[in-house]
Design a protein around this ligand. Structure first.
Ligand code: NI
Length: 167
């Protein structure tokens, strides 16, 4: 296993649209292992392949308290959305920034598992937020891009300042 470097907003590579996985093979299973390790180490509750500069439709999520609930979604698609919830979100690619985003309360998703088999999943609450947030990454969208232009400009300057201090 290996820790993967995480791209930081506003890195333009975060705006890449990920391609579907054509074959779920050992290289994809290894990618999932490495992404999970990277997510747990960060620590975070979700990571999309886009964030580690791999532009394939793979995400890992674990909202459990003890890292016991790893969910890997390959080629996930949201089939249904319903309701609305506002959740304060953060992102490993936008460190230290937490902002409220409005999303669907419930989603129904279809995806492939690590054996390449299709499955469906219904999620609500935090898990639904996390799935929507991670799938956005695969379409090149970072959560702060839901915010106003003014807020986004402030966030960019905060991150730039932080990068100068830690560089
Ligand atoms: Ni994120």
């Amino acid at each position: 296993m290996a820790l993967l470097p995480i791209l930081r907003f506003p890195d333009p590579r975060l705006h890449t649209r990920a391609a579907p996985v054509t074959v779920v093979d050992d290289s994809i299973r290894q990618l999932i292992k490495d992404m999970a390790e990277t997510m747990y180490e960060a620590p975070g509750i979700g990571l999309a392949a886009t964030q580690v500069d791999v532009h394939k439709r793979v995400v890992v999520i674990d909202i459990s308290e003890d890292n016991s609930g790893l969910l890997a979604l390959i080629n996930a698609e949201i089939l249904e959305r319903s309701g609305e919830q506002v959740c304060e979100e953060g992102c490993l690619s936008v460190p230290g920034i937490y902002e409220k985003v409005t999303r669907a309360e419930r989603v129904k998703v279809k995806a492939l598992n690590q054996q390449g088999e299709p499955f469906e999943l219904e999620a609500e609450g935090l898990l639904a937020v996390c799935i929507q947030h991670e799938l956005d990454h695969l379409d090149g969208k970072v959560f702060v891009e839901y915010l106003s232009q003014l807020k986004l400009t402030r966030i960019k300057s905060r991150l730039a300042k932080k990068a100068r201090i830690t560089a």
